[in-house]
Design a binder for this molecule. Sequence first.
Ligand SMILES: [Zn+2]
Length: 176
Amino acid sequence: MYEAVINNDANYDGLFFYGVLSTGIFCRPSCQSKKPLSDNVRFFLNAGEAIEAGFRPCKRCRSDLLTYHPMKDIAETLKHHLDELYERQVLWSEELRKIGLSERRAVEIFKEAYGMTPKAYMDSLRLNEAKRLLAQTDTKIIDIAASVGFGGLSTFNRFFKERTGCSPNMYRKKHK
Ligand SMILES: [Zn+2]
């Protein structure tokens, strides 16, 4: 149990809680709060036991809430962000900084929840939007490229061709 706490192992969330004697607060194993010394830790099977023993719930990991899916919540936040702002990668890294996630960890969490990397997800959003604009509008291809987040036409052409087997121009001719 202590090892799970030290490793912030979310797999143990809901299976037990730990209280820290020096702070009087109890947490979920995945809580990102300061690592407690093992002598200072008491373990509980549920939140009720911890409260009965005089511990207060942690504000950070919300150990008082019954249903709590931190990783799922984070994955949803990330997905929501990508849905809205997939064309601006700068904000993606800003969002990660706000949540306090490393790029690597964000990729792991996202992949676990949705079976693909944020990059792959974002690419599929960009591709779908590009296809839509090509087939349904008269927007110039260079403007479409920019609106789905590509700085240049050649990178957009390559991206598009790699995934559809034809150039944006061809795609437009076929589908418009
Ligand atoms: Zn906590």
